[in-house]
Write a protein that binds this ligand. Structure first.
Ligand code: B12
Length: 335
């Protein structure tokens, strides 16, 4: 109605817009130059710097939110006293898995296995080709898919030549703490003091394994929690993405942690959390607490508590609050 869409750049010449664009350009250029100085994007990813920069930025943002320096309405200001339950489509993950496995079995029975072997061999061969004239891997992957190779088999063929990228599971130091310089310093320090008291009494720091299970690749929340808890004085271990409950239990036992903090955003909690608790019991490690965080609907809380989960921290959780609550739960479990 205003005709704004008829003008190519309606804000062109506006000092405010031009200076914002300049700021964005300069900030982006700084990052691009850092990447170029390291030898390009592939090297930047390989070195772990790309992930580190993203996690640093996520942790700083969480620090700004938790300290109140950045307001998000509904998250750290003007929160509802009572959140309505959401109407959620419940999926039976075990049934889905079984159905997928049956479909795969059917597919493998009905395809021509000579064609499959040949297509995968061509892919492997092309992936290891070091001549200056490599074949187009996408084209070969499409050919493989046409003869019904699965996505797993196609990526496995490439992985058998190149290996798999394993990201560094480091925590960011200091990025969370740096936001609590003024206003919320007292509350921050109160939390670190509680951790120091725990250290004095127990002879070691509270130790948490932050775990991601199943097919859930959302690691921002997990990394932010790991970095925040570390700044607050916890010893923090970070498990790899896509772990099984067995692997998480084993890692927790090996690291002798007090608590496993499961971060779940992709709705696997109802199957994976009870499995983890069972696995801990099976491996004689009932003393290790399990707490959860992430996108977990309220109506699922009771089920997880019944399964043995000690506390749940949903979206909007302040890390300082969560750290004190986890500490309290560890202390309660030791009495
Ligand atoms: C960012 C995001 C992504 C990014 C993830 C990047 C990354 N590396 O993490 C990308 C774009 C890759 C992505 C992909 C997908 N996403 Co997504 N994503 C989100 C989004 C918008 C925000 C999540 C986030 O990072 N929040 C910020 C962090 C800091 O908050 P948080 O995780 O909630 O953590 C806080 C608390 O929960 C708590 N907490 C969390 N963990 C723990 C652990 C402990 C121990 C403690 C104490 C506390 C705690 O403390 C944290 C700080 O307050 C959410 C929606 C939302 N608003 O939550 C959807 C959401 C999680 N995604 C969703 C979906 C469906 C997907 C995809 C399947 C989409 C698709 N069809 O491809 C894929 C899945 C990929 C995969 N393999 O898992 C759905 C999941 C639905 C469900 N649960 O049933 C959501 C809820 C969106 C929606 N409403 O539909 N996603």
């Amino acid at each position: 109605e205003t005709g704004i869409k008829n003008v190519a750049d309606p804000f062109g010449g506006s000092h405010m817009m031009e200076s914002l664009t300049d700021d964005l350009y300069s900030a982006a250029l700084e990052v691009i130059n850092e990447i170029e100085d390291m030898g390009g994007m592939t090297k930047f990813i390989e070195s772990g710097m790309a992930k580190l920069r993203i996690e640093e930025s996520a942790t700083k943002k969480q620090g700004r939110i938790d300290s109140g320096r950045e307001v998000i309405v509904g998250v750290n200001k003007f929160r509802l006293d009572e959140e309505d339950d959401l109407n959620i489509l419940q999926i039976d993950n075990s049934a889905v898995r079984e159905k997928q496995v049956r479909k795969l079995e059917q597919l493998k029975k009905n395809r021509n296995s000579d064609d499959v072997k040949a297509a995968l061999a061509r892919l492997r061969e092309a992936a290891s080709d070091t001549s200056g004239d490599p074949r187009n891997l996408m084209e070969l992957s499409v050919e493989a898919a046409r003869v019904r190779c699965t996505l797993g088999e196609i990526s496995e063929a490439l992985e058998s030549v190149w290996g798999r990228h394993v990201p560094n599971n480091t925590v960011v130091q200091g990025a969370y703490a740096s936001n609590f310089a003024n206003t919320e310093k007292e509350e921050y320090e109160m939390t670190t003091q509680l951790v120091e008291i725990f250290l004095a009494e127990e002879g070691r720091r509270p130790r948490i394994l932050v775990a991601k299970m199943g097919q859930d690749g959302h690691d921002r929340g997990a990394k932010v929690i790991a970095s925040g808890f570390s700044d607050l004085g916890f010893d923090v271990d970070v498990g790899p993405l896509f772990s099984t409950p067995e692997e998480v239990a084993r890692q927790a036992i090996d690291a002798d942690v007090h608590v496993i903090g499961v971060s779940s955003q992709a709705a696997g909690h109802r199957a994976l959390v009870p499995s983890l608790v069972e696995e801990l019991a099976r491996q004689d490690a009932k003393h290790i607490l399990v707490v959860c965080g992430g996108v977990i609907p309220r109506q699922d809380y009771e089920e997880l508590f019944d399964a043995g989960c000690a506390a749940i921290f949903g979206p909007g959780t302040r890390i300082t609050d969560a750290a004190r609550e986890v500490l309290r739960k560890i202390e309660m479990s030791r009495q």
